[in-house]
Structure formats: structure tokens, C-alpha cells
Design a protein around this ligand. Structure first.
Ligand SMILES: Nc1nc2c(c(=O)[nH]1)N[C@H]1C(S)=C(S)[C@@H](COP(=O)(O)O)O[C@H]1N2
Ligand SMILES: [Mo]
Length: 223
């Protein structure tokens, strides 16, 4: 069992004041950062784009594999969003470019009884979401951030961006999208974190709501 949730629950909370004009954009218990923290379990994967694939499977008419070029041929969207990490940082106005999930969906032949999605990512990471959350028009499979290709550490070549949920749902290095009839917990959801993860409702942990510390991320890597 990964101990991150237990560690975060026990540590003291120190949250900086938020400017009043930004307050409505900052979920409870969050602090704004101008930098871009880098957080993940395991190593940063290395890829050869010519062999990289994204596999779509589960409750679909036919399993499908997309190459990076296949995805680049789809409509591309640029969007600016606020993002919120459960370790208490929020970053405002982050600019992402990629394929919106709703623009990919019509190509997938998803069965009507598919209600949940498991996003499969390297290395051995997964995270679950209700399908309807992926249909919001600011959810995307992103390959660029702030006008540049994603860096390796931020998920190159492709990551999910789900701005309205805590950022662990925004899996980096995604390799598979599995449509499911029944929900199933992903990596952090099996390890003490909330199944749905709405930052504005402070859905940090599974079970009771407990404080977590700002300095969890202060000592992490940034760029
Ligand atoms: N594949 C993968 N994706 C992941 C993670 C991970 O460990 N592996 N960590 C998640 C967590 S906990 C966070 S907060 C964000 C961090 O994204 P960033 O490093 O680009 O800030 O990635 C998420 N996506
Ligand atoms: Mo996180």
C-alpha cells in the first residue's frame, strides 16, 4: 500500500492568503504557484514516437490503436485552464493544446452502457473517471503546454488534462483508454485518495476529509 495519503493526512496545513479577486478560482486549502511542479511515481518513460501507440479498448465496437500521427490529424484545440493538485498547489491560466476528448469520441464506437473510463498510463499508472466528466469541452489529450511540446517530465508525448478534478486524474504518458460498464479504482484511488476528486468540494481522500500540507510540494522539482 502506498503511504502518500496517510502521510498527507497527518502533516500540518499552511495555506497562504489568496488575493480577493482570484479567490473564486482557488478551491479551499489551495495555494497559487507560478511555477510548474513535477509530480509522479516511478521513472519518466522514454519513447520512440514512430512506435508509440494509444490503445482504445473495453466497451467499444472494435478495439483501436492510434499512432501519434493519427491523433495529430484530428482537430486540434488550444485552451486555457486552472489546474489544482491535491498536494495544495493551484496554477492559473495554464495553456494546453491537443485533442478534446469529445472530438475523439465519435471515432470510437463506444457502447451505450459504458459509463466509466480507466485511463492507462506509463509506468503502471491508471486513474478512473466517469465518462460524462470526460465529455466536458475543456477535457483534452494534450501534447503541448504553453506553446511548446510537452516536456518528458510533464507527460510527453500525450497526457490527459481534466481541469475540474484534482490533477492526479490528469494522467501523464497515457497509453490506453478503457471504457467500462462498472467503475473500478485507479492507482491513487486504491491508495487512500478520493474516487471522484472535486477540488472545490475538497474531495482529497477516500473516507473522511483531512488536512494536507503545503510543503508536500515545496520540496518537489519544478520548471
Ligand atoms: N503516468 C502518470 N501520470 C501522472 C502521475 C503519475 O505518477 N504517473 N501523477 C499524477 C499526479 S499525482 C499529478 S499531481 C500530476 C502532476 O503533473 P505535472 O508533473 O505535470 O505537474 O500528474 C499526474 N499524472
Ligand atoms: Mo498529485
Amino acid at each position: 500500500m502506498n503511504k502518500k495519503a496517510e502521510r498527507l493526512k497527518k502533516a500540518p496545513v499552511r495555506v497562504a492568503e489568496v488575493a480577493p479577486e482570484l479567490a473564486h478560482r482557488i478551491p479551499p486549502g489551495q495555494t497559487i504557484t507560478e511555477r510548474f511542479p513535477i509530480l509522479h511515481e516511478g521513472d519518466v518513460p522514454k519513447y520512440d514516437l514512430s512506435t508509440w501507440t494509444l490503445r482504445v479498448f473495453g466497451e467499444v465496437a472494435e478495439e483501436r490503436t492510434f499512432t501519434f500521427d493519427d491523433l495529430m490529424a484530428l482537430p486540434q484545440t488550444k485552451q486555457v485552464n486552472d489546474i489544482h493538485c491535491v498536494t495544495r498547489w493551484s496554477k492559473l491560466d495554464t495553456e494546453w493544446e491537443g485533442i478534446r476528448f469529445i472530438d475523439l469520441l465519435p471515432l470510437l464506437g463506444v457502447h451505450a452502457d459504458a459509463k466509466y473510463v480507466m485511463i492507462h498510463a506509463d509506468e503502471n499508472y491508471d486513474t478512473n473517471l466517469p465518462l460524462e466528466d470526460l465529455l466536458l469541452d475543456n477535457v483534452m489529450l494534450a501534447h503541448r503546454f504553453d506553446g511548446e511540446p510537452l516536456t518528458d517530465k510533464h507527460g510527453w508525448p500525450l497526457r490527459l488534462v481534466v481541469p475540474h478534478l484534482y490533477f492526479w486524474k490528469s494522467a501523464k504518458w497515457i497509453r490506453g483508454i478503457e471504457f467500462m460498464k462498472e467503475d473500478r479504482p485507479g492507482f491513487w484511488e486504491r491508495n487512500g485518495f478520493h474516487n471522484y476528486a472535486d477540488p472545490f468540494r475538497e474531495q482529497r481522500f477516500s473516507g473522511e476529509t483531512i488536512d494536507i500540507p503545503e510543503d508536500e510540494w515545496v520540496h518537489k522539482e519544478f520548471d
